[in-house]
Write a protein that binds this ligand. Structure first.
Ligand code: ATP
Length: 294
């Protein structure tokens, strides 16, 4: 099966400012993808481009082999839960399911009712009277019962307490496994992403800083500590992501596909949260690395 999402030099500009620049990505099928980055990094912009709610200013994007929102078949293949888990406050849970059935050719009514029953949501309750967590679960139910091949969720857990977040994410994982869904979700909460995602994209300042399968990323990043050294003098193939120094000691987070054999370094593993935070740390390319990172 081909890529779920393929972007080539993709960009979106508002006036003179690029909300997303030069984005080249290829997401393999069957992944639960975490899209992470600071406020204003371009996450919503990328997701809106993927569902066809925005048109690119540069480059190209393909989702499940087609142009986003290019027709009914393409629309049926992609589910989208926008930021703030939108529901209609004046409509009941049941009304939402009826609407879902009317609007989606592949609607799985039995799945929707079973999920709502399992969540203990009163079908006659208006969405405006549900809690934030219940509304998020309703929005997820609508997204899953559409039976898309790809479900895209923009910060679905942002407003939820830790318990509701956990319930939401385990429901999402269950749906992804049961229905062989590919999922892309954005979040600021790296610890949540760590639990559910097997592919990661870090966006910073409108650019992709790193992307790949989590296992590969963890295997190719290393924490080096040892006697103080200028990071610019590392061997070719070792890319310094961050560096910090004391008078005598350097600690580097390095990307390297090969193993690090230099006996001067103590080499440690890197966790996903540290990896994400390292890529989110602003780079200062115009100053010598050693001094800038002192
Ligand atoms: N409609 C718009 N008009 C002008 N600028 C916009 C518009 N939408 C987004 N932007 C700008 O584009 C940049 C990226 O915004 P985007 O919403 O994609 O970021 P984000 O990573 O989703 O942020 P957050 O985590 O805060 O939701 C920001 O600088 C934002 O101000």
């Amino acid at each position: 099966m081909s890529a779920v999402l393929k972007a080539q030099g993709l960009g979106k500009r508002y006036g003179r400012r690029w909300a997303l620049s030069d984005c080249t990505l290829e997401i393999p099928p069957g992944r639960v993808v975490g899209l992470v980055g600071p406020n204003g990094a371009g996450k919503t912009t990328l997701l809106n481009l993927a569902v066809g709610q925005l048109a690119p200013s540069a480059g190209a994007i393909e989702v499940l082999g087609g142009r986003p929102a290019s027709g009914p078949r393409q629309l049926a293949k992609v589910g989208f839960v926008a930021q703030d888990t939108p529901t209609y406050a004046g409509l009941s849970v049941d009304d939402h399911l009826r609407l879902g059935a009317r609007l989606n050719p592949g609607w799985d009514g039995a799945l929707a009712r079973e999920r709502i029953g399992r969540l203990g949501l009163d079908p006659s309750r208006k969405a405006g009277r549900l809690s934030g967590g219940q509304r998020a679960q309703l929005a997820l139910t609508l997204g899953v019962a559409k039976r898309p091949e790809l479900l895209i969720l923009d910060e679905p857990v942002a407003a939820l307490d830790p318990l509701a977040r956990r319930e939401f994410l385990s429901g999402l994982m269950e749906a992804a496994t049961e229905h062989s869904l590919s999922v892309i979700l954005s979040s600021h909460l790296v610890s949540d992403l760590e639990r559910v995602c097997d592919h990661l994209i870090v966006l910073v300042d409108s650019r992709v800083r790193v992307a790949g399968d989590v296992d590969d990323l963890l295997a190719s990043h290393h924490r080096l500590s040892g006697p103080r050294r200028d990071p610019a003098r590392l061997p070719a193939g070792q890319e310094v992501v961050t560096a910090s120094h004391t008078d005598r000691q350097s600690t580097l987070l390095v990307r390297s596909e090969g193993a690090i054999h230099d006996p001067a370094w103590t080499v440690g593993q890197v966790g996903l949260e540290d990896l994400v935070l390292a890529y989110m740390t602003p780079k200062t390319p115009d100053r010598p690395a050693l001094e800038a990172l002192r």
